[in-house]
Ligand binder design. Structure first.
Ligand SMILES: NC(=O)c1ccc[n+]([C@@H]2O[C@H](COP(=O)([O-])OP(=O)(O)OC[C@H]3O[C@@H](n4cnc5c(N)ncnc54)[C@H](O)[C@@H]3O)[C@@H](O)[C@H]2O)c1
Length: 306
């Protein structure tokens, strides 16, 4: 049985490698099995248990999300995986780095299939723990000329800008609407409980990756964004309708066609990346246990081969 630290995980897998794993995973969901996450609310956040089976691997992530007095969230997580044929516990992995990498990889896959091919401007709203890897994911699948950063805490966006200024042109914004103007890809990564992003701030045809809302009561998109969207793609229906942005979408407000990410990835003949499109597309991600288990198995196999 192996024990892997966050540092081990970071040394064994990159975001581009994980994008390949996540793409294959969503193309082959029939080899997976996963009940919805179980949430237990506690005063400053929640704890979640996330079991899943992927192929010959059974596993579980045990994660806690706690908010400090400044509203910053701390994620605590461990991932355990077993080999199904032998039943053996293969590894216990620290889950924080793994979560950041697999979440960024999911954004990368969604962006590969749903952002306009010629996307040039990418805005990230919320510049906390998850965002550096998220930027790596988007930069890997589109040739971005301009990276824009917005955070309520200006120190966080300026610190993050320094990490990427040698790779791409980076602009830090103090105004949300200005940061979104003409943006082809918008990725939201905040723990907000209020829909602060409005439809009239968005360029028609853009992709919005809504990643921050991953529990009941969390919300980043104003209902105007969901009700004007042409297409909404969710990672998993039960989880998103309980914990994602679509928990707020009533039938009366819905104009969009709804698809799962699995349907999008496995139906390669559908192409939504046309640069002329005017339809705004939303990707609603709550984070899935199958992503953790598939990523953990890959990491452990790579370690065994090294
Ligand atoms: N969908 C998934 O799979 C998944 C995975 C991991 C984390 N998350 C969620 O993503 C969110 C971000 O996680 P993190 O670890 O980066 O958190 P973090 O606390 O490290 O960073 C959040 C950042 O958002 C900023 N912020 C808060 N409200 C804002 C607003 N209205 N506008 C602009 N900036 C704002 C904060 O100043 C902070 O810098 C959390 O809600 C977390 O639960 C989702």
């Amino acid at each position: 049985m192996r024990t892997l630290s966050n540092e081990d995980v970071a040394n064994l897998i990159t975001v581009p490698e994980c994008i390949n794993i996540i793409e294959k995973l969503f193309d082959n969901l029939d080899v997976t099995h996963m009940p919805p996450k179980v949430y237990m609310d506690v005063p400053n956040g929640d704890f979640r248990s996330m079991p899943a089976v992927v192929n010959q691997t059974a596993g579980i992530k045990w994660a806690g999300i706690q908010f400090d007095n400044n509203g910053k969230c701390q994620i605590f997580a461990k991932v355990l995986i077993n080999d199904i044929p032998t039943g053996k516990l293969l590894a216990i992995l620290d889950g924080e780095e793994l979560t950041a990498i697999r979440t960024a990889a999911v954004t990368g896959v969604a962006t590969r299939y749903l952002a306009k091919r010629g996307s040039k401007i990418a805005t990230f709203v919320g510049c906390g723990t998850q965002t550096p890897k998220q930027i790596e994911g988007v930069l890997h699948v589109r040739n971005i000329d301009e990276l824009r950063l917005f955070d309520l805490d200006h120190n966080r966006s300026t610190a993050l800008a320094k990490q990427f200024e040698d790779i791409v042109q980076v602009k830090v914004f103090d105004d949300l609407a200005a940061s979104l103007k003409d943006s082809d890809i918008v990725t939201t990564l905040t723990p907000s409980r209020r829909g602060f992003l409005h439809n009239d701030m968005l360029m028609p045809g853009c992709l919005v990756n809504a990643i921050g809302a991953d529990a009941a009561g969390k919300q980043e998109l104003n209902i105007s964004v969901l009700s004007h969207a042409g297409m909404i793609v969710y990672d998993e229906w039960e989880q998103c309708s309980h914990s994602g942005e679509i928990q707020y979408l009533s039938e009366a407000d819905r104009r969009a066609t709804l698809f799962s990410l699995g349907e999008i990835v496995s139906h390669a003949r559908w192409d939504y990346t046309n640069d002329d499109r005017l339809m705004t597309v939303i990707f609603d991600a709550t984070g899935l246990a199958i992503e953790d288990v598939a990523t953990a198995r890959y990491i452990v196999e790579k370690l065994m081969l090294s």
